[in-house]
Design a binder for this molecule. Structure first.
Ligand code: ZN
Length: 436
């Protein structure tokens, strides 16, 4: 007789890489030890029978601005990772900016790890940053375990994280190519951006056009092709970027791109206040439809939150002056699921976009899927239940979100991180590095 498993989770609706099916997930030592027939649950120390609730792999969110240390009053590792777990996200990768110092060398990476240690309720990895003058830091950052480096091609919103110009971008890509590192880029062409001519959302929207985004994407494509480096465009907002990306991917350029819940689920027409402000901006309804098509086609590899919170006082009514960033870490799954369902997509699509795709981008072979050998990051999800968003009830540190008051479909009932149910008290998260 074999040892009993540590945990067995049964669901009639387990979402596997091969689609939805009744299944038992058997867990030992934090890993999925076996996928077994639903009707034959093996002996285990603990059994969770989800019945008709869906069982998803924990989602992987590779675009989160935690802001600690330095701007912990915007968000910190404890609040961010609680919000992640409550939203079905069991892996986050933290962005190198908005925290202080920004993660642009190994010393600042160590400061960030020290700040995060002992606080994380889900697994956490880190991006480094590529800024003017730090090309020599990129390889040491890679060797210290970042998943890649982020750069901006236009002003980032914080002075301590300046943008790269064309020569700086080329130099960073050339250096990254020498060790097969990954560059992730905020792509808006500063030469095509203008100052808003007034305080309203239409004024702001006109100042950051699809053309500005497309031109920057084309520059990254061109220099990725020239250097042979791997590059990734973060938060694609403009549908105008899709065709250049599709063509580059066909041509064999090593370029991928993501989008975010807000670009898929919100529209410029419905913006009511500065909680909706982000860069690049939320655009018109027709643009949104093209982004869904690009996800379906695989030109966009996935959906990540770009959770970029601030304190409420920075969200001033003037759209030109308000902080640009949307808070959504805990809400990404129900936001996307609600919209996906109305467009005829299924849970397997959502898992492909929000778990498998981001895990592949970051190079996390043990994350993002229900399969033997993977980490037992599991989510019990009620896809039919509805709830109305109350920002004050979220784990986010600050009660600012454009989703406040919306009724969404899909409720996370339980989240397991490496086989242990997250209790929001005991921080069991680990630090991740590529391949681990
Ligand atoms: Zn971001």
């Amino acid at each position: 007789m074999d040892e009993p498993y540590d945990l067995v989770v049964r669901s009639r609706r387990a979402v596997t890489p091969d689609g939805e099916r009744p299944l038992v997930v058997a867990v030992r030592a934090g890993r999925i030890a076996a996928l077994l027939p639903y009707d034959e649950p093996p002996p285990a120390r603990e059994t969770a029978d989800l019945g008709d609730l869906a069982l998803l792999p924990g989602l992987v969110d590779t675009h989160v601005h935690v802001n600690e240390p330095g701007r912990t009053h915007w968000e910190g590792f404890a609040s961010a990772t609680r919000a992640a777990a409550a939203g079905g996200v069991t892996t986050i990768v933290d962005m190198p900016l908005n925290s202080l110092p920004p993660t642009v060398d190994v010393a600042s990476l160590e400061i960030k790890r020290k700040a995060a240690r002992g606080q994380c309720h889900v697994d956490v990895g880190f991006w480094g940053g590529a800024v003017p003058g730090n090309v020599a830091d990129l390889r040491p950052l890679h060797e210290a375990g970042v998943f890649g480096v982020k750069c901006f091609l236009s002003p980032s919103g914080v002075d301590e994280f300046p943008a790269l110009d064309r020569d700086g971008l080329r130099a960073a890509l050339a250096e990254l190519a020498s060790f097969d590192g990954l560059l992730i880029a905020h792509a808006e062409d500063p030469a095509a951006l203008t100052e808003p001519t007034g305080p309203t959302y239409p004024d702001f929207l006109r100042s950051r056009t699809p053309d500005a985004e497309r031109r920057a994407v084309e520059q990254v494509i061109e220099l990725a092709a020239e250097t042979g480096a791997r590059a990734h465009i973060v938060h694609v907002s403009a549908a105008a970027c899709v065709e250049p990306l599709r063509q580059a991917q066909r041509d064999g350029v090593r370029i991928s791109a993501e989008t975010c819940p807000h670009y898929l689920c919100l529209t410029a027409e419905e913006v009511t206040g500065p909680a909706y402000k982000c860069c690049p901006p939320v655009r018109e309804a027709a643009n949104r439809d093209a982004l869904w098509q690009a996800l379906a086609d695989g030109v966009l590899m996935g959906i990540v939150s770009d959770h970029s919170p601030s304190t409420p006082d920075l969200k001033v009514p003037d759209f030109a002056a308000a902080w640009g960033g949307i808070s959504s870490l805990q809400l990404g799954l129900p936001v996307v699921w609600t919209a996906a369902l109305s467009r005829g997509y299924g849970l397997a699509d959502v898992v492909r976009w929000m778990a498998r795709g981001p895990a592949a981008l970051a190079g996390l072979p043990y994350k993002g899927g229900l399969r033997a050998g993977a980490d037992a990051d599991l989510v019990a999800f009620d896809p039919a239940a509805e709830f109305t968003v109350d920002v004050a009830a979220l784990h986010h540190r600050n009660p600012v979100s454009p989703y406040h008051g919306r009724t969404l479909k899909g409720v996370v009932r339980t989240t397991w991180s490496r086989g242990v149910a997250v209790d929001y008290v005991t921080p069991n998260g680990r630090f991740l590095t590529p391949g681990r």
